[in-house]
Design a protein around this ligand. Structure first.
Ligand SMILES: Cc1ncc(COP(=O)(O)O)c(C=O)c1O
Length: 378
């Protein structure tokens, strides 16, 4: 199989991930922090070791690096925990529903105000000046932006935005960039950086991370057992316990730790270089295919290893099914959980086909896709 759906999740996982998951299940399946027998200690060690590895890779403070079920969970935690009646939020037109759905819910239920920066670029990427202008229009509680759009892969200048809008806190959805773009949270100026563990970080499904700046306080979305302060019916105030209620996904976290150790060894710079070459190869070849249109693409805007395209007169869903069935090529068609981005890019409601490359994608994979598209469109 040729797997080109890394925008959705990574496959295959990094070497060492499945062994780490199995080792946790077989040798460390105690409940971490709950009790003092050897299995709980082994579980705690595996999880805390993974936390340090993840934090080191992304430039976070391990004490403020929280592990949970995914980017969606942490975005909901931050948005629902920070925003109340009358608060104003500035966001982009390229957001995933993990941002837009909680924001729309907060708009309906708590009366927050949402200001969407459309951006003049055909990619929908706002400039830092455009975001700053939106923030300056009225008191703003929070800026929330994707680091890169999951539809067209376009990268937002998040560090420059954070500098310009300071001290307004900037929360970034790095689901599409963590592990794929070199990034150092400690020098980013961001209040929080959220990401999936299962995409560019190459870890198991059901894992996600948030890195919090020292002065950025959030409230838990869920409350429950932590193994600490069990005499109290209130949540402990210390991290990670405050934000990690319930038995954690130990096997997933152990796998994520192994994946991040592999990434550190490969270096994210090398992975970025590899994926950039592949996506450029894909763009160059696709530009030669008649009736194929790259969605929200512009040469001047840097992008991840993700792109979207449409072919005039061809149904995206049918083409994806044909590629899978006839050529063994896996990619995704549709709206990619980002209707707002498709509206902005002019591909709503039919959507696009999305290509996403990963560390183990080869030039041959890209060439096979291009040949298949040429054959199909002939
Ligand atoms: C930009 C973006 N944000 C958030 C998410 C949600 O991530 P998770 O699956 O880790 O909850 C995704 C996944 O598709 C995404 O692409």
């Amino acid at each position: 199989m040729i797997y080109l759906d890394h925008g959705a999740t990574s496959y295959p996982k990094a070497p060492g991930v499945s062994a780490a998951v199995a080792n946790f299940i077989n040798d460390a399946s105690g409940n971490p922090g709950r009790g003092g027998h050897r299995l709980t200690i082994a579980a705690s060690r595996a999880i805390e070791g993974a936390r340090v590895t993840v934090a080191d890779l992304l430039g976070g403070d391990p004490e403020r690096t929280l592990l949970g079920p995914g980017a969606t969970f942490w975005l909901n935690t931050i948005l629902c925990g920070r925003l109340g009646p009358g608060d104003r939020v500035v966001t982009s037109a390229l957001e995933h529903n993990s941002v837009m759905r909680p924001l729309r819910w907060l708009e309906d239920e708590r009366g927050i105000q949402i200001s969407v920066v459309e951006g003049i670029s055909p990619t929908g990427v706002p400039t830092a000046a455009e975001v700053q202008e939106a923030v300056n229009q009225a008191p703003t509680a929070l800026v929330v932006l994707c680091h890169a759009c999951n539809v067209n892969g376009a990268i937002l200048p998040i560090e420059e935005i954070a500098r310009r809008v300071a001290p307004t806190p900037v929360v970034v959805d790095g689901a599409q960039t963590a592990g794929a773009l070199p990034f150092d949270f400690s020098h980013s100026g961001l209040a929080a950086f959220v990401c999936s563990g299962h995409k560019g970080l190459q870890g198991p499904s059901g894992t996600g991370v948030v890195l919090l700046a020292e002065d950025f306080v959030i409230q838990p979305l869920i409350r429950g057992g932590t193994g600490s302060n069990s005499e109290s019916e209130d949540m402990p105030v210390v991290l990670p316990d405050l934000l990690e209620a319930g038995t954690p996904n130990g096997p997933g976290i152990a796998g994520l730790g192994a994946a991040c150790a592999w990434l550190a060894d490969q270096t994210i710079e090398a992975i970025r270089h590899h994926e950039s070459l592949l996506i450029k190869r894909c763009i160059n070849a696709m530009q030669e295919i008649p009736h194929l249109r790259l969605a929200g693409w512009a040469k001047a805007i840097p992008q991840t290893g993700v792109l979207s395209f449409t072919i005039e007169g061809v149904d995206a869903g049918e083409l994806a099914a044909w590629l899978d069935r006839e050529r063994g090529i896996a990619l995704r068609a549709g709206l990619h959980c980002a209707p707002a981005a498709h509206r902005r890019l002019g591909t709503f409601p039919t959507g696009t086909l999305r290509v996403g490359v990963g560390p183990q994608t080869t030039e041959h994979d890209i060439d096979a896709l291009v040949t298949a598209l040429e054959d199909r469109c002939r």
